[in-house]
Design a protein around this ligand. Structure first.
Ligand code: SF4
Length: 468
């Protein structure tokens, strides 16, 4: 698997993708900023969201059992999945039991996380994405590049060409109305004839057993109400203690995500209701590394995430490199901390280094996740892990850092190093800048490093200090 720098290098060459992403995130950023500014109590809402998440994670064991009891009492069935393989096995088995050759799906990052679609296809079941952007990505045989707008890397001309080819509609224009009409026609038949739907979940309420999905297109509402069987999958961190907690998150999420005051569709259901909606409801509770994250006192706040994508929309790295550089269904700053923890630092640690730690994500996050702090924590863990793989030997970087620590910790040594650096800098400088540094070729080529001053401030001050 390639790492973030090489994937970003490839993405950066795609000028069209960069234009598409920049235009889209600028629009979303402006809209969310405007709608958030309407709320004088936004900071209080953020505090409340963060406090509720901290409380929920602190009592996850009892809340999940309570949720299971409430759902089963309302006629639903709860399944527990330790990892992605177990979750796939449960869901594929449930669909096979219905004999349905197709399933309709609501946008769900959790189903992407467990790689459900390939497992369904391997079992001869056709998954049909019904969210417009997810449908575009599926038809193009690509991967999502944004949490909420998976096809953000495509513009409407590209989408028109895709629809013309995949839907046999050569007359189609790139007018947004024409494109959405074409998608609606394509999906309508699937909505009315498919007997099984698969969804994720934005929240579940332990107190009542309610499960909720919020969305903007109405495709979710169709999937949640028309089929006979509904299978939902949810990470265990999505549970909230009380019904009243929804009040906070139903205000935070739409404003931070899409700049809407309220999501156009808020679907909340509890078990099954005879004569109204699906007759069978299954909820799969997924761990897949979340309890491991929970055990880490610093990184556990990663689990507060409500997947609003605001951190992506303000991130300078995401805006330039695009979502595919993260090689994950979780991109941007939250992806940089979540993916390495889910897949392991050895396999997927490189995005944790793809940040300047500017802090824009922390400032923007509606539940105040301190992403820069988690990034630094993960980088430390990655360095420790690489030291272990070197069999206790020190890497060049660790040696350099250890030497720097010694120099900065000793005034005499620091002074001597400054003098030596000044002398060396004066010898090699070109127009006041250092040339390419030996051993740091690529790093120093892309940066302008001023040559160290010939005389340090300390020495200058000593010379000029008035004599007593
Ligand atoms: S980390 Fe915060 S800003 Fe980013 S997606 Fe999660 S909740 Fe939204």
């Amino acid at each position: 698997m390639s790492d973030f720098p090489s994937r970003a290098h490839t993405s950066l060459k795609n000028a069209q993708m960069r234009r598409n992403v920049r235009k889209a995130v600028t629009t979303i950023r402006t809209k969310t900023g405007r709608v958030i500014a309407e709320r004088a109590d936004w900071q209080q809402l953020r505090d409340a969201g963060s406090a509720i998440k901290t409380e929920a994670l602190g009592s996850l064991d009892t809340l999940l059992i309570q949720l299971e009891e409430r759902i089963q009492a309302a006629g639903g069935v709860v399944h527990w999945a330790r990892d992605a393989a177990e979750a796939r096995q449960i869901i594929v088995g449930l669909v096979q039991a219905t004999d349905s050759p197709t399933v309709i799906k609501i946008k769900s990052m959790t189903t992407d996380e467990i790689e459900l679609n390939p497992a369904l296809e391997a079992a001869g079941i056709r998954p049909i994405e019904t969210d417009l952007a997810d449908m575009i990505v599926q038809l193009a045989n690509e991967k999502p590049s944004h949490l909420l707008v998976p096809a953000i890397h495509k513009n409407r001309a590209e989408i028109r060409s895709l629809f013309q080819a995949e839907m046999s509609r050569p007359e189609l224009t790139d007018n947004p109305r024409d494109l959405t009409d074409a998608a609606r026609t394509y999906l309508r038949d699937h909505f009315t004839h498919t007997r099984v739907a698969i969804s994720g979940a934005n929240f579940a309420v332990a107190e009542t057993g309610a499960v909720g999905v919020v969305e903007s297109e109405g495709n979710g509402r169709m999937c949640l109400t028309l089929p006979d069987t509904l299978i939902s999958i949810m990470g265990i961190e999505k549970v909230l203690p009380r019904w009243q907690d929804l009040e906070v998150f139903l205000q935070l999420l739409p404003r931070a995500a899409t700049g809407e005051r309220m999501n156009p569709y808020n679907s909340i259901w509890t078990g099954v209701t005879p004569g109204d909606g699906p007759t069978a409801f299954h909820l799969v509770l997924l761990d897949n590394g979340r309890t491991r994250i929970l055990a880490d006192q610093i990184a556990r706040q990663t689990l507060h995430c409500i997947r609003c994508s605001r951190c992506l929309n303000v991130c300078p790295v995401y805006e330039r490199a695009g979502g595919h550089a993260y090689d994950s269904m979780y991109q941007g700053p939250i992806g940089a901390v979540l993916t390495p923890q889910l897949r392991g630092l050895a396999e997927a640690g490189s995005p944790a280094f793809a940040s300047s730690l500017c802090g824009a994500c922390h400032e923007a996050c509606p539940v105040q996740i301190d992403i820069p702090r988690i990034l630094v924590h993960l980088r430390g863990a990655a360095v420790e892990a690489s030291r272990a793989t070197l069999g206790g030997k020190l890497s060049a970087e660790t040696l350099a850092m250890a030497s720097a620590a010694r120099i900065f910790g000793n005034a005499a040594m620091f002074g001597f190093t400054q003098d030596a650096a000044g002398l060396l800098g004066a010898m090699v400088q070109q127009d006041g800048l250092l040339p390419r540094l030996p051993g740091l070729g690529a790093w120093s080529l892309s940066r302008e490093l001023p040559a160290p001053a010939r005389q340090s401030f300390r020495a200058w001050w000593k010379q000029r200090k008035p004599q007593a």
